[in-house]
Design a protein around this ligand. Structure first.
Ligand SMILES: NC(=O)C1=CN([C@@H]2O[C@H](COP(=O)(O)OP(=O)(O)OC[C@H]3O[C@@H](n4cnc5c(N)ncnc54)[C@H](O)[C@@H]3O)[C@@H](O)[C@H]2O)C=CC1
Ligand SMILES: CC(C)CC(=O)C(=O)O
Ligand SMILES: [Mg+2]
Length: 348
């Protein structure tokens, strides 16, 4: 299995290195031949090449079985962008588009022992286990943009085909879980949301065994903190999915725990990354929670290598460590990134 590693910026390299070490250990114990190749990406690639997605990095990603990414961005690059420099985040958007990664799977479940880390009451957060399926290559992030000091514009385009393919991914996922799909939109205002709702209903005809409900995004933001355990799979457009999945990660403990898999057509390489950003406020301190990145490596084994046993062994090791009291600072503890790595390796 050939995996391209994109450490990126801020805590990206810290959590990525940790996840690669766990990935290597899981592959070694399952006799999976792993070949890794690191490439410059994001701010680090701007520093080196003036380009957040250099051609050699893109070529390597397209030719790999999978890509493992840390995170990109940071204040230094935000400042430089004001003077016309490229943005690290633009490299990530371009990579998602070039790799055709239209479906972003973002699971969030309450791990045993983490009830106290949730801001919600134990009785409210208990049994929360949600898979957000976020559309990843359409909508506002990819629409036409105009930027001026007195007027700016971001367009939000969606086509039937773009909604159909991500809806199919979500219905398939719901079929393999509890059988409930919640489609989130803003159909009382947005034309794209009315298209979204209609297309999701059309796709539903092929999945009569899945229950489908529609919820408006503002109410959904509320439901996720009042009764998160009633949801199963949530499908939504790019921006709403970005926001709701960060909210949900905090509901079950911390954004540092949340992994993701970005997938395109079957047989094409997937991209795996924790859902958090480069966390400049804690970068370099050695205290970042690497679990979101480690669980992303597990998703890589499942979705890009078909290695379910190796994936499940990483997830079980993480669950065991958390149940055993492993707490990084975001979870109210004092474990370092290295402590978390050592604990997961020993559990594995
Ligand atoms: N996929 C990517 O590469 C993403 C990049 N970004 C970029 O990251 C930069 C920072 O963005 P923010 O809005 O601050 O979001 P962020 O997710 O980096 O951080 C938000 C808060 O969560 C904490 N946090 C995040 N990950 C953590 C971890 N693994 N362990 C412990 N604490 C963690 C941070 O310390 C911070 O207080 C920006 O430049 C943004 O554009 C943001 C989101 C995704
Ligand atoms: C372009 C990214 C920085 C957007 C984001 O926040 C994410 O994908 O989680
Ligand atoms: Mg985000």
């Amino acid at each position: 299995m050939k995996v391209v590693i994109l450490p990126g910026d801020g805590i990206g390299p810290e959590v990525c290195e940790t996840a690669v070490t766990v990935l290597r250990a899981a592959c070694a114990s399952s006799n999976i031949a792993l070949d890794t190749e690191e490439h410059a990406f994001g701010g680090a690639a701007i520093d080196q090449y003036g380009d957040p997605l250099p051609p050699a990095t893109l070529e390597a990603c397209l030719g790999a079985d999978a890509v493992l990414l840390g995170a990109v961005g940071g204040p230094r690059y935000d400042e430089a962008a004001k003077k016309g420099a490229p943005r690290p985040e633009a490299g990530l958007l371009a990579l998602r588009r070039e790799m055709g990664l239209f479906a972003n799977l973002r699971p969030s479940r309450l791990f045993e022992g983490l009830e106290e880390a949730s801001p919600l009451r134990k009785s409210v957060v208990a049994d929360t286990d949600i898979l957000v399926v976020r559309e990843l290559t359409g909508g506002l992030y990819f629409g036409e943009r105009e930027e001026g000091s007195d007027r700016a514009l971001d367009r939000l385009p969606y086509s039937r085909e773009e909604v159909e393919r991500v809806a199919r991914t979500a219905f398939e996922a719901a079929r393999g879980r509890k059988g409930l799909l919640t489609s989130v939109d803003k159909a009382n205002v947005l034309a794209t949301s009315r298209l979204w709702r209609g297309v999701v209903e059309d796709v539903h005809k092929s999945y009569p065994d899945v229950r489908l409900e529609h919820v408006l995004v503002d109410a959904m933001a509320m439901h996720l903190v009042t009764h998160p355990s009633r949801f199963d799979v949530v499908v939504t457009e790019n921006l709403f999915g970005d926001i709701l999945s960060d909210e949900l990660s905090a509901v079950v403990g911390s954004i540092g725990l949340a992994p993701s898999a970005s997938l395109g057509e079957a047989g094409k390489p997937g991209l795996y990354e924790p859902i958090h950003g480069s966390a400049p406020d804690i970068a370099g301190l050695g205290i970042a929670n690497p679990i979101g990145a480690i669980l992303s490596a597990a998703m890589l084994l499942r979705h890009s290598a078909g290695e379910e046993t190796a994936a499940a062994s990483i997830e079980a090791a993480v669950a065991w460590c958390l149940a055993d009291g492993l707490r990084t600072h975001d979870l109210g503890g004092s474990a370092s990134t290295k402590d978390a790595l050592d604990a997961v390796l020993s559990a594995l």
